[in-house]
Design a protein around this ligand. Structure first.
Ligand code: KG4
Ligand code: ZN
Length: 334
């Protein structure tokens, strides 16, 4: 069995995976969303302090499995350095005290392998990864043969939902609340520009759309009636429609060029129903097989890290305790 730890952002999570049957024997996650919500985004130092409290509490529940463990796995990149460090420190301590090999797992590969929790992997597969930190399209032939074929040049898809939510004081994370508000709004009420519409390139950009939304909100705030609840619903619906239209325009281009056999959406923002529905339609049209992670495994969790670790364990892809280091992404989660 492999014990895996995830602490790259604001979720403290530990899992135990049977490396032979792939069974997820134990899995727990303590989310910090509530504590960060008042700040409208993740505060790294607060997140690190909360991991220090949560991780040992979860670990206590795993002690009965210690004699069966074959390796300790931990997310070491990308993420917030101060929070990654908490998981890595715990993993090192466990590896030393239980005399087990250490496996360093890339968080983004974890999101991809969230598709294969308790399942055999499907390769080759083209993946749309939409999270708080990333918006990418990846072509994967195996765990060790993956190529990023499109990325965002500024903000990410999930991050833009967080920012729009923050602008209207709707709390963090923004994705679920913006989706919820959008249900009550008119998606055609507020006209917004679809990013990079004229560009032939397959790449993403969300900062222009975010600023356009900011200007619309400011205009509504300065109007005679101010920003009403209905205005917020309309802003959310119109923004979501445009944000998804951008992804769909680029993904359609990709389908035309490459006609992928297998396609998947992963990452926290892959929970977005509006996006899921449109990707489903696109895949149906192209007779592409669509794979989705279970909703509970879309956001950050240690089960997906454990699933990657099973493959790395088979390949004896271990790292020494002195060598393991954390690597941050350019931006924080917020
Ligand atoms: O993968 P994840 O848990 O953390 C990162 O690795 O970033 O993704 C979190 C992101 C947040 O930005 C959150 O607002 C977004 O996923 N998200 C959504 C939805 N649910 C979560 N974005 C759009 N629609 C949703 N339903
Ligand atoms: Zn993530």
């Amino acid at each position: 069995m492999i014990l895996s730890i995830e602490s790259s952002c604001d979720d403290s999570s530990i899992a135990i995976t049977d490396s032979q049957t792939l069974e997820l024997v134990y899995h727990k996650k303590i989310s910090q969303e509530l504590q960060h919500s008042v700040y409208g985004g993740v505060v790294p130092e607060l997140a690190a302090r909360l991991h220090i409290e949560a991780l040992p509490k979860i670990l206590e529940e795993c002690e009965e499995y210690f004699p069966k463990l074959k390796a300790i796995a931990v997310t070491n990149a990308p993420g917030l350095s101060v929070t990654l460090m908490e998981g890595v420190t715990m993993a090192k301590a466990l590896a030393i005290s239980l005399n087990l090999p250490l496996i360093a797992v890339n968080h983004l590969k974890g999101h991809i392998y969230s598709l294969f929790i308790e399942k055999q992997e499907i390769m080759p597969i083209t993946i749309l990864l939409v999270s708080g930190g990333h918006t990418q399209i990846i072509e994967a032939n195996s765990l060790t043969d993956m190529k990023i074929i499109a990325s965002t040049i500024d903000d990410s898809f999930g991050e833009s939902f967080d920012k729009v939510s923050k602008m209207m004081g709707l709390g963090y994370p923004g994705g679920p609340v913006v989706q919820e508000y959008g249900l009550k709004g008119d998606e055609n009420k507020i006209e917004l520009p679809v990013p990079l519409r004229q560009s032939p390139e397959i790449m993403f950009s969300y900062s222009g759309l975010k600023n356009a939304v900011r200007m619309k909100i400011e205009k509504l705030e300065n109007s005679e009636t101010g920003l009403s609840e209905q205005d917020k619903y309309d802003v959310c619906a119109s923004f979501q429609k445009t944000a998804v239209a951008h992804i769909m325009q680029k993904t359609k281009k990709l389908f035309k060029q490459k006609a992928p056999k297998n396609f998947a959406i992963v990452g926290g923002a892959s929970a977005n129903i509006y996006l899921r529905t449109q990707i489903e339609e696109l895949c149906n049209t192209h007779k592409t097989k669509l794979f989705l992670s279970e909703l509970k495994y879309c956001s950050d969790n240690a089960a997906m890290i454990g699933r990657v670790a099973v493959e790395q364990y088979k390949n004896k892809d271990f790292i020494s305790i002195d060598e393991i280091d954390v690597q941050t992404r350019i931006k924080a989660c917020s």
